[in-house]
Design a protein around this ligand. Structure first.
Ligand code: COA
Length: 161
């Protein structure tokens, strides 16, 4: 038996467990090489979620955190919803959980007036790129997005207008 719960109305326990997922050992990306400022991003994300400036869908399977998607409207263009992190923990993968949560973000984005979803990932993150293409995203740009010489980033978009 499996008890699956997905929400973007996070209580304090959810917020703590969400940050544990995001702070947890990054089995999927070599964080220090690819995202040297990841810890700063986590600190600002925790504050922004608390203040309501960023949002997150968070999934729990039974009592354990299973995954999260962090997103926020582009402050310079509220027709664009930026997905800032997608993390499904390894033991919860393959259930379409990532796809389902991504769809929830897309529906919320459309309801709040966005017409474009945008997400970036490292060019070497083939799993994430494959996952996003499978979910209807197309490559818009390949560039060193953060200018920090950590390799090229792929920007993918999905029109939801
Ligand atoms: C990629 C990821 C989100 C997939 O989550 P998931 O819940 O297992 O994905 P789903 O079950 O919804 O998969 C849907 C489809 O995506 C594609 N996909 C999923 N994982 C994939 C992988 N490792 N490689 C290639 N394609 C993949 C497949 O086409 C899959 O469809 P299929 O099962 O019919 O083959 C998850 O593995 C993850 O969190 N990886 C690490 C993400 C990361 O690097 N985050 C940090 C940067 S944002």
């Amino acid at each position: 038996m499996t008890n699956l719960r997905i929400t973007n109305e996070l209580n304090s326990g959810d917020r703590g467990d969400l940050m544990s997922v995001l702070r947890g050992e990054r089995l999927w990306i070599p964080t220090s090489r690819d995202y040297p400022r990841h810890n700063d991003w986590l600190d600002s994300t925790e504050a922004a979620i608390g203040e309501g400036n960023k949002h997150a869908f968070f999934a729990r399977i039974d009592s354990s955190a299973a995954g999260a998607i962090v997103y926020r409207a582009d402050p310079r263009d509220d027709t664009v919803m930026d997905i800032r992190n997608i993390s499904i923990i390894p033991s919860s993968r393959g259930r379409l959980l990532g796809s389902f949560m991504l769809r929830q973000v897309e529906v919320e984005a459309r309801e709040s007036g966005s017409s474009l979803l945008r997400v970036d990932t490292k060019l070497g993150n083939e799993a994430m790129i494959g996952f996003l293409i499978n979910n209807g995203y197309t490559v818009k740009d390949i560039t060193d997005l953060y200018g920090d010489e950590t390799g090229e980033d792929v920007v993918l978009v999905k029109n939801i207008g």
